[in-house]
Design a protein around this ligand. Structure first.
Ligand SMILES: Nc1ncnc2c1ncn2[C@@H]1O[C@H](COP(=O)(O)OP(=O)(O)OP(=O)(O)O)[C@@H](O)[C@H]1O
Ligand SMILES: [Mg+2]
Length: 414
C-alpha cells in the first residue's frame, strides 16, 4: 500500500537467528509478511565470536524471509543483548532562559544533552537515552513539561550503553552480509514493546528474557524503565548441566530438558518418572522426574538469584504490581514461573507477544518476543513521527501534533 513502510527486524541470538519482515501503514497498523528462524552459529552469550559463521546464518534467514515476503530488504533493525548492556541513571539540569519562563522543546533537548554528557569509557557507546520523567522547580514526576512555566528543568533518564566492540562486530557482520543497520535496539526494549502493556509498565514490572546464552532483564516503574541489564547465563547452561550429569550428548539433553524438565522441584510428584533416550539404538532408561529437576533447578535458581542480586546492588526496589514476566525460549521450561515467583516473591507469568495482522498463531510464543518487538519498536517510532508530520498547518492543530511528536520523540528517539 502507498505510504506503508516495510521493515525488517533481526534478532541474532545465541541459539537462533530470527528475522521478521512487516509493514506499518500510515494509520499505524502493523502487518507481518514473513517470519523465519535458523539455528545460530558463531554467537556466544549474545555476542558474535565468529563473523563468518554468523554471516551464513544471517544470510540464510534473511533470504528465506525475503522469499516468503516476496520483497527485498536493504536495511535491518537489529537487536543487541548480553551482560555488556548497562542502564546508567543520569540527570540533566538547565535553567529556563525565556522571558515568559515557558519550557520549550529546545530546553528539553538541552537538559537531555546535559544528562548524556558524562564521561564514558572509550569502549562503551550510548544506545538509548530513555526518559523517565522531568522535574520542574522541584516538582517531580512530570512526563511532558512542554509549555509549562518554570525556572529550572531537570530531566531524569536511563542512559543505556553497550560495549562498542560487540556493537561494532554486529554492525560489521550485517554490513558484510550486504545490509545496512537502520537501527540497533537493545533486546530488552524490544521485548517490552511486544509483551508489556502500558498498565504493567505503570504498576511496575520485571521483564526477564531467558535465552540460550544470556538472560536479559528490564524493570519498569511508574511507566518508565528504571533498570536494563542481564547475566551471561541461559537455557544452554541448563542443557549443559543435564548433558554433563547424565553423561549424554547435548542433543539428547536438550530433548530431555524440553520434554520432561521442570525447574521447580516441589511441582514434581515423587511417583513421576521419565524415559531418557540412549544412543546407539539402546533401550531408553527410566529415571525419577524429581532427579531430573534436581539437575535443572539449581541453574535456573542461580540465574534468577543473580538477577535479584543485581537489582539489590542497584537499589531497584518498590512495589511491582505487574510482577515478573518471563519471555525467551527458556520461559517455556516447566516450573519457570513458579521458581521466579518464589525467588522474587512476586506473581509471575509467561509473556506472549501481541497478536499482529498476518502473524500466524504459532508465533505468539515467548521465543519470538524480541524479533517481533524490534519491528514494533520501529513501527511505534514511525507512527509517532507520522502523527507529528501529518498535521495540517492550522495553528492549534499544529501545536497539538507538535506536542505529540515531541512526546513520542522523547520516549523512543534515542
Ligand atoms: N519447550 C522448552 N522447554 C525448555 N526450554 C526451552 C524450550 N524451548 C526452548 N527452550 C530453550 O530456550 C533457549 C533458547 O531460547 P531463545 O531462542 O530465546 O534464545 P536466543 O534468543 O537464540 O539466545 P539469546 O537470547 O541467549 O542470545 C534454549 O536454551 C532452549 O533449550
Ligand atoms: Mg534472545
Amino acid at each position: 500500500m502507498a505510504g506503508d513502510k516495510v521493515m525488517m527486524g533481526l534478532d541474532i541470538g545465541s541459539s537462533w537467528v530470527r528475522a521478521v519482515i512487516g509493514s506499518v501503514s500510515k494509520d499505524g497498523t502493523v502487518m507481518i509478511d514473513s517470519i523465519c528462524e535458523r539455528p545460530s552459529e558463531g554467537v556466544r552469550s549474545g555476542a558474535i565470536v565468529n563473523i563468518e559463521q554468523t554471516l551464513k546464518s544471517i544470510n540464510s534467514v534473511i533470504t528465506e524471509a525475503e522469499l516468503q515476503a516476496g520483497t527485498e530488504i536493504q536495511q535491518v533493525i537489529v537487536g543487541i543483548g548480553g551482560n555488556h548492556i548497562e542502564g546508567i541513571p543520569s540527570q540533566g539540569v538547565v535553567g529556563i532562559n525565556a522571558k515568559d519562563q515557558e519550557i520549550k522543546r529546545e530546553d528539553i533537548f538541552r537538559s537531555l544533552e546535559v544528562a548524556r554528557a558524562f564521561e564514558l569509557p572509550l569502549d562503551r557507546e550510548i544506545l538509548h537515552t530513555l526518559v523517565q520523567d522531568f522535574r520542574v522547580d522541584g516538582r517531580d514526576g512530570i512526563k511532558d513539561p512542554v509549555d509549562m512555566l518554570g525556572h529550572r528543568l531537570e530531566s531524569r533518564v536511563l542512559v543505556v550503553t553497550g560495549s562498542s566492540s560487540i556493537c561494532q562486530n554486529e554492525r560489521k557482520c550485517i554490513q558484510r552480509a550486504g545490509f545496512q543497520v537502520q537501527r540497533m535496539v537493545v533486546q530488552q526494549i524490544a521485548d517490552s514493546e511486544s509483551v508489556l502493556s502500558i498498565e504493567e509498565k505503570e504498576m511496575g514490572t520485571i521483564l526477564i528474557n531467558i535465552g540460550g546464552g544470556v538472560t536479559n532483564m528490564i524493570v519498569y516503574a511508574n511507566g518508565s524503565p528504571i533498570y536494563v541489564g542481564g547475566v551471561n547465563l541461559g537455557g544452554s547452561h541448563v542443557t549443559n548441566d543435564v548433558a554433563f550429569i547424565l553423561n549424554k550428548p547435548k542433543v539428547i539433553a536438550e530433548q530431555v530438558k524440553c520434554d520432561f524438565g521442570n525447574c521447580h522441584i516441589p511441582s514434581v510428584g515423587n511417583e513421576e518418572s521419565v524415559l531418557i533416550p540412549q544412543i546407539g539404538g539402546l533401550p531408553s532408561i527410566r529415571m525419577p522426574k524429581k532427579e531430573l529437576s534436581k539437575i535443572i533447578e539449581p541453574r535456573m535458581a542461580e540465574i534468577f538469584s543473580l538477577l535479584q542480586v543485581e537489582l539489590e546492588k542497584k537499589q531497584i526496589r518498590g512495589s511491582f504490581g505487574g510482577g515478573v514476566v518471563l519471555v525467551g525460549g527458556g520461559a517455556l521450561l516447566s516450573g519457570a514461573t513458579e521458581l521466579a515467583s518464589e525467588i522474587f516473591r512476586l506473581s509471575s507469568r509467561i509473556g506472549f507477544p501481541e497478536a499482529l495482522h498476518g502473524l500466524d498463531r504459532s508465533f505468539i510464543n515467548p521465543k519470538y518476543s524480541t524479533v517481533l518487538g524490534l519491528l514494533m519498536y520501529e513501527a511505534k517510532r514511525f507512527r509517532e513521527t507520522n502523527a507529528g508530520t501529518s498535521q495540517k498547518p492550522d495553528n492549534a492543530k499544529h501545536s497539538a501534533g507538535f506536542g505529540k511528536k515531541v512526546k513520542g520523540f522523547f520516549k523512543t528517539l534515542f
